[in-house]
Design a protein around this ligand. Sequence first.
Ligand code: FES
Ligand code: FES
Length: 181
Amino acid sequence: MKQRRKIRKQKAHIAFVLNGEPCEVAFAPHKTLLEVLREDLNLTGTKHGCELGECGTCAVLLDGKPVLSCLVLGLDAEGREVTTVEGMQLPEGRLHPLQETFADLGAAQCGYCTPGFLLTALELLAKNPKPTREEIAQALSGNLCRCTGYIKIYEAVELAAAHMRGEKAEVAEEVVYGLKS
Ligand code: FES
Ligand code: FES
Protein backbone atom coordinates (compact mmCIF):
# COMPACT_ATOMS: atom_id res chain seq x y z
CA MET A 1 0.00 0.00 0.00
CA LYS A 2 1.27 3.33 -1.01
CA GLN A 3 2.11 5.48 1.89
CA ARG A 4 0.66 8.88 1.58
CA ARG A 5 3.12 11.66 1.96
CA LYS A 6 2.14 13.81 4.87
CA ILE A 7 1.92 17.42 3.83
CA ARG A 8 2.17 19.74 6.75
CA LYS A 9 0.37 22.96 6.20
CA GLN A 10 2.57 25.66 7.52
CA LYS A 11 0.87 28.56 9.20
CA ALA A 12 2.12 32.04 9.77
CA HIS A 13 1.66 33.45 13.25
CA ILE A 14 1.62 37.17 13.94
CA ALA A 15 0.93 39.52 16.82
CA PHE A 16 -0.52 42.97 16.24
CA VAL A 17 -2.98 45.46 17.68
CA LEU A 18 -6.51 45.07 16.39
CA ASN A 19 -9.07 47.74 17.24
CA GLY A 20 -7.00 48.82 20.21
CA GLU A 21 -6.52 45.32 21.65
CA PRO A 22 -3.49 43.01 21.39
CA CYS A 23 -4.23 40.17 19.00
CA GLU A 24 -2.47 37.02 17.81
CA VAL A 25 -3.55 34.95 14.87
CA ALA A 26 -2.30 32.00 12.82
CA PHE A 27 -3.18 31.71 9.12
CA ALA A 28 -1.99 30.38 5.78
CA PRO A 29 0.87 32.71 4.85
CA HIS A 30 -0.45 33.57 1.39
CA LYS A 31 -3.61 35.15 2.79
CA THR A 32 -4.37 38.81 2.39
CA LEU A 33 -5.21 40.97 5.39
CA LEU A 34 -8.82 40.99 4.14
CA GLU A 35 -8.94 37.19 4.26
CA VAL A 36 -7.27 37.02 7.66
CA LEU A 37 -9.76 39.52 9.12
CA ARG A 38 -12.81 37.82 7.68
CA GLU A 39 -11.84 34.15 7.73
CA ASP A 40 -9.45 33.79 10.66
CA LEU A 41 -10.71 36.52 12.97
CA ASN A 42 -14.41 36.47 12.01
CA LEU A 43 -14.49 40.23 11.55
CA THR A 44 -16.84 40.35 8.60
CA GLY A 45 -17.48 44.09 8.77
CA THR A 46 -14.65 44.55 6.27
CA LYS A 47 -16.23 43.76 2.94
CA HIS A 48 -14.95 41.68 0.12
CA GLY A 49 -15.38 43.39 -3.25
CA CYS A 50 -13.24 43.37 -6.39
CA GLU A 51 -10.01 42.06 -4.80
CA LEU A 52 -8.22 44.18 -7.40
CA GLY A 53 -7.71 47.41 -5.51
CA GLU A 54 -10.47 49.17 -7.44
CA CYS A 55 -13.57 49.45 -5.25
CA GLY A 56 -12.35 50.48 -1.77
CA THR A 57 -14.90 48.31 0.01
CA CYS A 58 -12.13 46.42 1.85
CA ALA A 59 -10.49 49.57 3.28
CA VAL A 60 -9.15 49.39 6.83
CA LEU A 61 -6.71 51.59 8.73
CA LEU A 62 -3.14 50.36 9.08
CA ASP A 63 -1.22 52.49 11.55
CA GLY A 64 -3.98 55.06 11.12
CA LYS A 65 -3.80 55.26 7.32
CA PRO A 66 -6.37 53.78 4.94
CA VAL A 67 -5.17 50.73 3.02
CA LEU A 68 -6.94 48.30 0.72
CA SER A 69 -6.82 45.11 2.74
CA CYS A 70 -7.24 42.99 -0.41
CA LEU A 71 -3.81 44.21 -1.55
CA VAL A 72 -1.99 43.82 1.79
CA LEU A 73 -0.66 40.49 3.01
CA GLY A 74 -1.77 39.45 6.46
CA LEU A 75 1.92 39.06 7.27
CA ASP A 76 2.37 42.81 6.76
CA ALA A 77 0.20 43.52 9.81
CA GLU A 78 2.85 42.05 12.15
CA GLY A 79 3.54 44.50 14.99
CA ARG A 80 1.22 47.14 13.55
CA GLU A 81 -2.14 48.68 14.40
CA VAL A 82 -5.19 47.68 12.40
CA THR A 83 -8.57 49.36 12.74
CA THR A 84 -11.68 47.87 11.19
CA VAL A 85 -15.24 49.17 11.25
CA GLU A 86 -15.85 47.04 14.36
CA GLY A 87 -13.33 49.26 16.14
CA MET A 88 -15.24 52.49 15.45
CA GLN A 89 -17.84 52.15 18.15
CA LEU A 90 -17.43 54.36 21.17
CA PRO A 91 -17.49 53.29 24.85
CA GLU A 92 -20.77 51.75 26.06
CA GLY A 93 -21.56 50.62 22.53
CA ARG A 94 -22.41 54.12 21.26
CA LEU A 95 -22.08 54.70 17.55
CA HIS A 96 -19.36 56.95 16.19
CA PRO A 97 -20.76 60.29 14.88
CA LEU A 98 -19.92 59.15 11.34
CA GLN A 99 -21.95 55.98 11.81
CA GLU A 100 -24.87 58.03 13.15
CA THR A 101 -24.91 60.52 10.30
CA PHE A 102 -24.47 57.82 7.65
CA ALA A 103 -27.56 56.11 9.09
CA ASP A 104 -29.57 59.31 9.60
CA LEU A 105 -28.93 60.80 6.16
CA GLY A 106 -29.31 57.66 4.05
CA ALA A 107 -25.60 57.56 3.22
CA ALA A 108 -25.69 53.83 3.95
CA GLN A 109 -28.25 52.15 1.72
CA CYS A 110 -27.33 48.55 0.85
CA GLY A 111 -24.39 49.24 3.17
CA TYR A 112 -21.84 47.13 1.34
CA CYS A 113 -19.49 50.04 0.69
CA THR A 114 -20.14 51.70 4.06
CA PRO A 115 -17.32 50.26 6.22
CA GLY A 116 -14.72 51.39 3.67
CA PHE A 117 -16.23 54.88 3.46
CA LEU A 118 -16.48 55.18 7.25
CA LEU A 119 -12.84 54.30 7.85
CA THR A 120 -11.56 56.51 5.04
CA ALA A 121 -13.66 59.40 6.36
CA LEU A 122 -12.45 58.69 9.91
CA GLU A 123 -8.85 59.19 8.82
CA LEU A 124 -9.77 62.34 6.88
CA LEU A 125 -11.45 63.92 9.93
CA ALA A 126 -8.53 62.95 12.16
CA LYS A 127 -6.17 65.02 10.05
CA ASN A 128 -8.63 67.65 8.81
CA PRO A 129 -11.54 68.35 11.20
CA LYS A 130 -13.19 70.85 8.83
CA PRO A 131 -12.79 69.55 5.29
CA THR A 132 -14.42 71.24 2.32
CA ARG A 133 -16.81 69.30 0.11
CA GLU A 134 -14.01 69.06 -2.45
CA GLU A 135 -11.56 67.67 0.11
CA ILE A 136 -14.12 65.09 1.20
CA ALA A 137 -14.77 64.04 -2.39
CA GLN A 138 -11.04 63.81 -3.02
CA ALA A 139 -10.39 61.73 0.13
CA LEU A 140 -13.23 59.33 -0.72
CA SER A 141 -12.49 59.11 -4.43
CA GLY A 142 -11.07 55.57 -4.11
CA ASN A 143 -14.31 54.25 -2.61
CA LEU A 144 -17.11 53.25 -4.95
CA CYS A 145 -20.82 53.27 -4.11
CA ARG A 146 -23.53 51.94 -6.40
CA CYS A 147 -26.50 53.18 -4.37
CA THR A 148 -26.23 56.70 -3.04
CA GLY A 149 -24.88 58.92 -5.80
CA TYR A 150 -22.27 60.07 -3.24
CA ILE A 151 -23.99 63.35 -2.25
CA LYS A 152 -25.54 61.81 0.86
CA ILE A 153 -22.16 60.41 1.83
CA TYR A 154 -20.52 63.84 1.52
CA GLU A 155 -23.34 65.42 3.56
CA ALA A 156 -22.98 62.74 6.23
CA VAL A 157 -19.24 63.37 6.54
CA GLU A 158 -19.84 67.14 6.76
CA LEU A 159 -22.48 66.72 9.47
CA ALA A 160 -20.36 64.26 11.46
CA ALA A 161 -17.40 66.65 11.22
CA ALA A 162 -19.57 69.46 12.62
CA HIS A 163 -20.77 67.24 15.49
CA MET A 164 -17.18 66.19 16.24
CA ARG A 165 -16.20 69.87 16.41
CA GLY A 166 -18.94 70.31 19.01
CA GLU A 167 -21.22 72.33 16.73
CA LYS A 168 -24.96 71.87 17.00
CA ALA A 169 -25.39 71.42 13.28
CA GLU A 170 -28.79 70.23 12.13
CA VAL A 171 -29.52 68.58 8.88
CA ALA A 172 -31.84 70.45 6.52
CA GLU A 173 -35.25 68.77 6.19
CA GLU A 174 -34.90 68.48 2.41
CA VAL A 175 -31.66 66.52 2.85
CA VAL A 176 -33.57 63.80 4.68
CA TYR A 177 -37.00 64.00 3.02
CA GLY A 178 -36.22 65.59 -0.35
CA LEU A 179 -37.64 68.81 -1.79
CA LYS A 180 -41.36 69.41 -1.27
CA SER A 181 -43.24 69.48 -4.54
S1 FES B 1 -11.97 44.45 -2.53
FE1 FES B 1 -10.22 45.62 -2.15
S2 FES B 1 -10.35 47.33 -3.47
FE2 FES B 1 -12.05 46.08 -4.00
S1 FES C 1 -24.71 51.97 -0.10
FE1 FES C 1 -24.84 50.34 -1.57
S2 FES C 1 -22.92 50.35 -2.59
FE2 FES C 1 -22.86 52.10 -1.31
